[in-house]
Design a binder for this molecule. Structure first.
Ligand code: SF4
Ligand code: SF4
Ligand code: FES
Length: 247
């Protein structure tokens, strides 16, 4: 980490990574602090932007009995934080042939019978870094409401923290992912306009336009891109560009 000539150096604070003490700048995220301390991520690090779910971390603060958790790439270090990474959590993941799947809740119950081991303790919801109401996802599935479970779990990034805290030993994130797959493929209404667009593409209607673009040099392509007519942010369904050559 480098500082510019007139930039104030950040204060150094002690943190404990897997039991060993390190001094790190207080401004860093857990992930950057671990790298600053000399650790190299070969697992447990992906997007660095809070999206991929690879960097689950559990930690305690000195003098506090609570076990806390977060994403290493999003959580800023605090003095005397005791932390460890859990880049993978061994949660049961059912295998199945999705082409044989039906939208019946029993499909989920058959693959994940442990769903009925949930004791509604809410630990999963409390630990989720994405504020998914995990317990409610499971409760809705138990009632057979796949649609609601899919909606509620939409922000899940598969970090596995919920499963790590579950006394019923449920793999909540795998169960919720199956619910979203069933919802997306078998319950959500089909988008008619998308079907029509795919048919139009398959008919070869745009072939000439695409070939024309493929034969252009880079500078011309850039010019066309920069000068293209952009769809206004707020527009009705009737909007169409003035140049309709490739529509
Ligand atoms: S639901 Fe579970 S796996 Fe998904 S983001 Fe929350 S804690 Fe992570
Ligand atoms: S942690 Fe497990 S047992 Fe507790 S509410 Fe969540 S799914 Fe149910
Ligand atoms: S590295 Fe992807 S969520 Fe942290």
């Amino acid at each position: 980490m480098t500082t510019k000539p007139n930039e104030k150096k950040p204060k150094m604070i002690p943190i404990f990574i897997m039991g060993k003490r390190f001094e790190v700048p207080e401004t860093l995220t857990i992930m950057k602090a671990m790298e600053y301390a000399g650790f190299k991520f070969i697992r447990g690090c992906g997007c660095r932007g809070g999206i991929c779910g690879a960097c689950a971390t559990v930690y305690r603060k000195a003098g506090d009995y609570k076990l806390l958790s977060g994403l290493a790439c999003q959580t800023v270090v605090e003095p005397n934080m005791y932390l460890a990474q859990i880049p993978f959590y061994p949660a049961n993941r059912a295998t199945f042939d999705f082409s044989q799947m039906t939208p019946a809740p029993e499909e989920i119950f058959k693959l994940y019978p442990e769903i009925f081991r949930c004791v509604a303790c809410n630990s999963c919801t409390k630990v989720c870094p994405m504020d998914v109401d995990v317990m409610d996802v499971i409760a809705n599935l138990k009632r057979g409401d796949i649609t609601r479970a899919a909606e509620l779990s939409f922000s899940c990034i598969q970090c596995g923290l919920c499963a790590s805290r579950c006394m019923g030993e449920l793999p909540q994130y795998h169960i919720a992912q199956l619910a979203r797959r069933i919802y997306g493929s078998l319950i959500a209404p089909r988008a008619k306009h998308l079907e029509e667009a795919v048919k139009t593409i398959a008919s070869g209607k745009y072939e000439d336009c695409v070939r024309e673009l493929m034969n252009l040099d880079e500078a011309t392509l850039r010019k066309i891109y920069q000068e293209q007519e952009m769809e206004p942010e707020m527009t009705g369904e009737e909007w169409a560009p003035k140049d309709k050559k490739c529509l």
